[in-house]
Ligand binder design. Sequence first.
Ligand code: SAH
Length: 369
Amino acid sequence: QGYYTRGGGIGESGDFVTSPEISQIFGELIGIWCISEWIATGKPKAFQLVELGPGRGTLTEDILRVFNQLASLLSKCDVSIHLVEVSPKLSEIQALMLTGGKVQSNPEDKSAYMKVVSKTGVPIFWYRDIQDVPPGYSFYLAHEFFDALPIHKFQRTEKGWREVLVDIDPEVPDQLRFVLSPSSTPATENFIQPEETRDHVEVCPDAGVIIQRLACRIEKDGGAALVADYGHDGTKTDTFRGFRNHKLHDVLRAPGTADLTADVDFSYLRKMTQGRTVTLGPIKQREFLKNMGIDLRLQVLLQNSDDTAIREQLLHSYDMLMNPKKMGDCFNFFALLPHHRLAHPDKKQKPESKSTLPPVAGFGELLLK
Ligand code: SAH
């Protein structure tokens, strides 16, 4: 009965629209980000691109186009795609998008529940859990993934922290309501940080577990994770909301028919890496995309098209992604990288000698925390 299990309403005709669906440039720049990190780490012989919650598959599709354009650069590199998706409906849509229609699933493979080859000849595997993805040097992408995971909500009261729970309204038939737990709960005991100063807090332990796994994998096998989502750095309180037909929707009404979402707490994600990796950001989407060269790419696409409708569409979608009042300010980019990727100049070297490691694309001046 779940919202995503039944297909999820991504796209203009659905409940919400996401950046990869708005403009091809978005996925292209993320493809370039991966290649840039691959080059910066000495072009390892193989890499896996792992996407968590790929939706309709558009981001991976745009990235694969970039990899194909750069085929000569990647010719000696063994590239594979690994998609972590729980929705049977969406995984079908992803397979259709990425193969152009020729799907043959692979039930013999025990870890992956589906396997296909992309239009450009790259193998693609599907899993339900990040733990099933084979180990190895990987780029992990999570675009509008963490906001979709379930949260716990807590309220500070005179008697201490209480959990916000969902109850059946005794007065109105078929109606749900929020209530406060009469006493503390296992979640209030475990998920509230002792130094918490807010009165209302949302915690997503599932996100914490997944970030921990990503951090362990990156520490061990190298690579990077790029998380893009709307969110805050441990400052916001009540952000849980629903979307249906692109409009706000009461989260307790008609469960399973609306997109439920809560802002991602990047400070919590940072904490959950437990120092296993370096974290960069969060930085605003418009800054990340600008640093990645969105203006140049837009100019090239505009120059390549005489069609007024296409040119207008390109400008409109650029505005959606970059305008601070649209998606430019509220979406953030956050990255995990192995410590050695940003190692400071060797202490034995003279202080004036600079590190030879290239900067991490997109993050401009390093926002090291
Ligand atoms: N990244 C896409 C889709 C975002 S919607 C985009 O930006 O367009 C969230 C995605 O996460 C959907 O594909 C949904 O099916 C998937 N998802 C939700 N919960 C999940 C979970 N626990 N494990 C894996 N995938 C999940």
